[in-house]
Design a binder for this molecule. Structure first.
Ligand SMILES: Cc1cc2nc3c(=O)[nH]c(=O)nc-3n(C[C@H](O)[C@H](O)[C@H](O)COP(=O)(O)OP(=O)(O)OC[C@H]3O[C@@H](n4cnc5c(N)ncnc54)[C@H](O)[C@@H]3O)c2cc1C
Length: 450
């Protein structure tokens, strides 16, 4: 297997638990990929944080089940949905069965006019009535116009939700994907909308416990090992200089990294290259623990590009060491590609002071992931894990871009990884399945997968 992001880890754990011999190659010194722990130097000392603030919601059923199976569930804390903005919007879900929870939230909402509440219901019930289907190649902007959503509701609610969930502006974003997100959150049971706040950095939730589980199951984990070449041989797949042949090869990589490895095999990678990356910037704001403003767990911030108020969401991360920390998310960050990080940091310090009052942040550190997600556009290719199975038997794919219903998220990554693992087990045979059909250990033993 190549890639120890959340998709690769989900797949590797499922494969090892099914009794297959797993070898996992990862170029970074740690697991986690685009959702990993980093060490951040601050005036108040070095602190362990995330490469980017991640929002986890109750709808992430497979991710939460895996975190629980790996023993890290006590690090997660559920809060009923409360969408609140610095301009006074407040929408709080009630613990009622769907769709009553949403009806109740709308009745009690603050900052929404009655015509905006009825427009919101019109959109949700219209989409539900249509089986959550949208028009061919429709953008979120076009869909919102079709359901006659008032401009103020779009600006205050739908646009921030779209940019936050799809990391793509509504003018470009895929309506079908946005409808699937609404179906599985606001349109589902109340607990699907829960916000889930971890009390630990991302690495402690899934990557580190997954590596522990893999090692205990006898998997070989090779960190700091970049795979530069794939080769096929009669005895199976070979990865770089590694001498072993593997019965199956799972690439749990972003589309652009997978394309680089697959193209030299003479396979068509046009569909992989059709995915375009979109950055996300996370500004970590830091105050001395005893001199920080009061702030809610999370808040939708009002953007104002003229003042460089680029933050869209803030998340209180509590006290870490001597620091009080908040993560501010700037999604669809290609818009600010030309801004100097110092100017972005200044603007966000100002934005937080206006939102929360109190002392200005002692420091703001901006971490930009240039290839955070794929841009979630309507015409992006929808591929499956066995896309190359016909031309390259034993070559499988996983990653957040291979769960066609969803935008690039942890849940898409985990679902895709587990789905690929199940397909491989069905193909090769696990502990309880049929005997492996191909591979070096096909004679009575479980086959290996890389
Ligand atoms: C800043 C930021 C904020 C985000 N916010 C959210 C959020 O709020 N909610 C949410 O659900 N999702 C969010 N996401 C998206 C989420 O992190 C990703 O969808 C998910 O982590 C992708 O996992 P993956 O396993 O598919 O890919 P990756 O995490 O990219 O894993 C691929 C792995 O392969 C390794 N690799 C690549 N090439 C090679 C090679 N040649 N040899 C060996 N190893 C290789 C990489 O180092 C990496 O570890 C965010 C992402 C970022 C960056």
């Amino acid at each position: 297997m190549v890639g120890a992001g959340w998709s690769g880890l989900a797949a590797a754990v499922a494969l090892a638990e099914a009794g297959l011999q797993v070898t996992l190659f990862e170029s970074a010194p740690q697991a986690g990929g685009r959702a990993r722990t980093i060490g951040l130097e601050t005036p108040l000392g070095r602190i362990a944080l995330d490469n980017g603030q991640h929002l986890i919601v109750g709808a992430y059923r497979r991710t939460l089940a895996l975190v629980e199976r790996l023993g890290a569930a006590p690090r997660l804390h559920r809060h009923p949905m409360h969408l609140a903005s610095s301009s006074g919007l407040s929408l709080r879900a009630a613990p009622l069965p769907a769709p009553l929870h949403l009806g109740w939230a709308l009745l009690r909402a603050r900052g929404l006019a009655w015509r905006e509440r009825t427009a919101l219901l019109r959109l949700m019930s219209g989409l539900r009535g249509a089986g959550w289907a949208t028009l061919e190649a429709e953008t979120v902007d076009a869909m919102l116009a079709r359901y006659r959503q008032p401009a103020r509701l779009v600006e205050r609610l739908w646009a921030p939700l779209c940019v936050g969930a799809l990391n793509t502006l509504p003018t470009q974003a895929c309506a079908r994907t946005f409808a699937a997100v609404l179906r599985d959150t606001l349109g589902a049971e109340a607990d699907a909308c829960d916000f889930i706040a971890p009390d630990a950095p991302l690495g402690a939730l899934l990557p580190e416990p997954a590596l522990d589980r893999l090692r205990r199951l006898g998997a070989a984990v090779r960190l700091r090992t970049t795979v530069r070449e794939l080769r096929t041989s009669p005895s199976g797949w070979r990865v770089g200089d590694d001498g072993e042949a593997h019965a199956a090869l799972l690439l749990a990589l972003p589309p652009w990294s997978a394309a680089r490895l697959i193209e030299p095999l003479g396979l068509d990678v046009a569909a992989l290259r059709a995915f375009e990356p979109e950055p996300i910037a996370t500004a970590w704001a830091i105050w001395p623990a005893d001199d920080a403003p009061r702030m809610p767990h999370w808040l939708m911030l009002d953007e104002d590009p003229v003042r460089r108020h680029f933050g869209q969401w803030s998340f209180d991360r509590g006290v870490i060491g001597a620091a009080r920390v908040a993560g501010v998310v700037v999604s669809a960050a290609s818009r600010i590609a030309d801004e100097a990080p110092e100017a972005v940091a200044e603007g966000i310090a100002d934005q937080l002071q206006r939102a929360f009052g109190g002392p200005r942040a002692a420091a703001v550190r901006v971490v930009t992931e240039r290839r955070a997600t794929f841009r979630c556009t309507p015409r992006r290719p929808r591929l499956t894990c066995d896309h190359y199975a016909g031309r390259a038997p034993g070559l499988w794919l996983a990653g957040d871009w291979l769960w066609p219903d969803y935008p690039a998220t942890l849940e898409a990554a985990v679902r895709s990884g587990e789905q690929a693992a199940h397909a491989i087990v069905a193909h090769l045979g696990g502990r309880d399945g049929p005997q492996p059909a191909i591979g070096p250990r096909a004679q009575g033993q479980a086959a290996s997968s890389a």
